[in-house]
Write a new protein. Structure first.
Length: 105
């Protein structure tokens, strides 16, 4: 998807993910699921250059609301882009700026 809104949602989500990570991060993976209309589950992990396996990251309470809002906004864009049964997604982000989103059903 290449719409400006989609790119904006990705950038907003990336900015929030980066704000939660330690300086040594190299890759990050955010798993988001929407088990109900009001509930959002987030799992954030990251790898470093010395340890590429994912380590769980704690999301500061001050950022949880913003991260949930950004995740919901991205889900809306995914649904508009042809994924109406999207029940979640996995967001991959690299320190080099590359990212991808895999919709889950």
């Amino acid at each position: 998807m290449s719409s400006p809104q989609y790119r904006q949602r990705i950038q907003s989500l990336a900015d929030l993910v980066i704000a939660t990570l330690p300086p040594s991060w190299r890759t990050a993976t955010l798993r988001v699921s929407f088990p109900s209309e009001v509930r959002v589950d987030l799992q954030l992990g990251y790898g470093t250059s010395s340890d590429p396996t994912d380590t769980s990251a704690d999301v500061p309470l001050a950022l949880v609301r913003d991260l949930v809002g950004a995740a919901r906004a991205l889900r809306t864009e995914l649904e508009r882009g042809g994924n109406p049964a999207c029940s979640g997604f996995v967001f991959h982000l690299g320190r080099d700026g590359k990212s991808s989103v895999d919709a889950e059903y």
